[in-house]
Design a protein around this ligand. Structure first.
Ligand SMILES: O=C(O)[C@H](CCc1ccccc1)CC1(C(=O)N[C@@H](Cc2c[nH]c3ccccc23)C(=O)O)CCCC1
Ligand SMILES: [Ca+2]
Ligand SMILES: [Ca+2]
Ligand SMILES: [Zn+2]
Length: 337
């Protein structure tokens, strides 16, 4: 069927109203945004997680992506709609971020369709990027106490889409130091994208969907990872087994060291006995984006990230630029040589 672009409105997880690019087919409106790349598609998982017996990816694949979200009047204002509204709207904003800031057309730089499944599971307290062969995001509803529906946070959606960018570029192995860099890249561009959209500025991850009854906390902090129990220096690198229980060698924990590095490079500060002269968010983002897309590989270590960032800063600003010095200061400050 040929596409008819329409514009609807919807209410997000936090009760905010926003306009949505939809697709009109007959008298039905779908959460299909035809204005960006090969499209942005949002699906109803219909609580698939509860229907999967063994929770295996093979089982999940039988049910995902679910049903393309449809509505009869192009007004998505029921509570069941909230998670879909934000998944759809924020995915479009993340597409715009990568296109405007890095001239990257979707996560594969070839306009790949961006697909999200919400209502992946009632009380399912997580979200994620499901790589090959699904190549889509999924969002749990959260338990309502510790978590709201995960698509309600722009930085979470930018985090997940950045996993897709990483998969198509450095393809950093999701374990140990390469996995912690993978995680940090998603947190860093999650925060930068949110600040770019004017929905911050903060250096926190997931604050909009984390513990709705407790203000001011978050899943992670890039400015001070230790606020939520993550390390901010190599002296505190956490050795964990490369298992699910060990968070694949602590990828969501040791990412704090790289997150802190990015924060210091951007904002400057004194840490680990070192003074860092900040270069600002845009320049930090350019240095980390160039590292991710031009120099890092599957097995890159923290030390190789330092080399990649120094080379990227040299490429962008010159060998004797203050930016190169700032990169060296930032990595010195967290003890990465
Ligand atoms: O993308 C990621 O890194 C996380 C996806 C984890 C995942 C991996 C493989 C299959 C399924 C899910 C999801 C997010 C995450 O950081 N999850 C952490 C923290 C977390 C979320 N829900 C939890 C429940 C219990 C404990 C920890 C958590 C984790 O999975 O560790 C990213 C932003 C918010 C949720
Ligand atoms: Ca945030
Ligand atoms: Ca909270
Ligand atoms: Zn992640």
């Amino acid at each position: 069927s040929f596409k008819i672009d329409s514009v609807g409105t919807g209410t997000g997880v936090l009760g905010d109203v926003k306009s949505l690019n939809t697709d009109k087919q007959g008298n039905t409106y779908y959460l299909q945004d035809n204005t960006r790349g090969d499209g942005i598609f949002t699906y109803d998982g219909e609580n698939v997680h509860q229907r999967i017996l063994d929770r295996s990816l093979r089982q999940i694949m039988r049910y995902l992506p679910g049903t393309l979200w449809s509505d009869s009047d192009n007004v998505f204002n029921s509570s069941y709609d909230n998670a879909a509204v934000d998944a759809h709207y924020y995915a479009g904003l993340v597409y715009d971020y990568y296109l405007e800031k890095f001239n990257r057309d979707s996560f594969d730089n070839q306009g790949a369709a961006i697909k999200s499944t919400v209502h992946f599971g009632r009380n399912y307290n997580n979200a994620g990027w499901l790589g090959e062969p699904l190549n889509q995001m999924m969002y749990g509803d959260g338990d309502g106490v510790n978590w709201l529906p995960f698509s309600g946070a722009y930085d979470v959606i930018a985090h997940e889409i950045t996993h897709a960018v990483t998969d198509r570029t450095a393809n950093l192995l999701y374990q140990n130091q390469s996995g912690a860099i993978n995680e940090a890249m998603s947190d860093i561009f999650g925060v930068l994208a949110e600040n770019w959209a004017g929905l911050g500025p903060d250096w926190l991850m997931g604050e909009d969907i984390y513990t709705p009854n407790i203000p001011g906390d978050a899943l992670r902090s890039l400015a001070d990872p230790t606020l939520f129990g993550d390390p901010d220096h190599m002296d505190d690198f956490v050795q964990l087994p490369n298992t699910r229980e060990g968070d694949w060698g602590g990828v969501h924990i040791n990412s704090g060291i790289i997150n802190k590095t990015a924060y210091l490079l951007s904002e400057g500060g004194n840490h680990g006995g070192v003074t860092v002269n900040g270069v600002g968010q845009d320049n930090m983002g350019d240095i980390f984006y160039r590292s991710l897309t031009q120099y890092l590989t599957e097995s890159s270590t923290f030390s190789q990230l330092r080399s990649a960032a120094e080379q990227s800063a040299t490429d962008l600003y010159g060998a004797n630029s203050s930016a190169v010095t700032s990169v060296q200061q930032a990595f010195d400050a967290v003890g990465i040589n």
